[in-house]
Write a protein of this length. Sequence first.
Length: 332
Amino acid sequence: MQKLLVTGGAGFIGSNFVHYVMAHTDSFVTVLDKITYAGNVESIKHLPASRFRFVKGDIADAALVDQLVAEHDVVVHYAAESHNDNSLHDPRPFLDTNIIGTYTLIEAARKHDKRFHHISTDEVYGDLELDDPERFNEDTPYNPSSPYSSTKAGSDLLVRAWVRSFGLRATISNCSNNYGPYQHVEKFIPRQITNVIDGIRPKLYGKGENVRDWIHADDHSSAVLAIIDKGVIGDTYLIGADGEKNNLEVVALILQHMGQAPDAYDHVVDRAGHDLRYAIDSSKLRRELGWSPQFSDFESGLEDTIRWYRDNETWWRPQKAATEAKYRQQGQ
Ligand code: NAD
Ligand code: DAU
């Protein structure tokens, strides 16, 4: 039985990964999570004690990290400050967790010679023009725009340096925008679904023409497992499911599936430095590791997600009012 240490496993993608590992492998999972405003222990409750343990703690706590890393076979590193808007208003926690936290983990993984997988984002590559025929691939130069994406880029470079300089047995994946259950209501899709539930009109930044390349969280999880299993040490893999849509299209689908008029949304103040378009070429992952996404139909995945938020109001309700109050202050 493989023992996985999953950092940030009480967050959106980390908790989906934990559920995926429980359902598809016999691995033992320890989640290390600080439970910031974005973490929620409710997302990982009712898991079997024979295969699951939760440790509340900070990835920048070197003593705790050293002890936990020593006890496991693989570290899967999801923990991060993850929201671009927050990084524009208070960048410091992004440096503490994304840079110092990652440094603390790779030092422990190096010391104990453990396999390390670093979860990163397509945002490290900056953005593309709407009509650019190229998509991001593993050779695209780094060009991050926001405090968030620059700290993720920095953490990727630390991992690469630890591979080259110290022989760290690490891989990196850079994934596009995820959707699915357990995503915080600050993020685009859950914010608009829960707004409609609350009788508030969806809020589109700027013109709504920005494009994101959507992938279901379960497809991200299956790709990460494939990389841990078969990935080449030192390599980077881009994860994406050919899901490009602009924000206006996504809001229109949410409104349609929630029985609202197609124009029942508002335009609000744009995000500073707002990346225009992300698009992933995941052919290396598909060709070399035989991975393919299972959720090829964004619209039906979105319908499932809408149903999940309707059915799990007790999960998101405690965060909703404060999240909207913060956005109102920002004119968003
Ligand atoms: P999230 O904000 O939902 O969850 C982050 C989790 O990390 C939370 O549970 C939080 O409590 C925990 N955490 C934060 N700081 C910590 C610390 N110092 N010590 C321990 N735990 C801490 O984020 P997410 O959207 O699930 O993203 C997870 C990872 O995936 C991040 O590394 C992010 O960069 C990456 N990623 C996200 C997306 C996306 O679409 N959301 C896409 C590609 C990559
Ligand atoms: O590309 C991967 C990245 O995707 C991850 O690295 C980040 O952790 C994750 O948060 C996500 O970043 P984005 O900034 O793309 O996601 P967000 O949900 O904040 O916004 C998606 C798009 O929707 C973006 O163009 C901004 C826009 N938006 C967002 C909100 C919250 C709106 O138009 N209205 C909104 O209310």
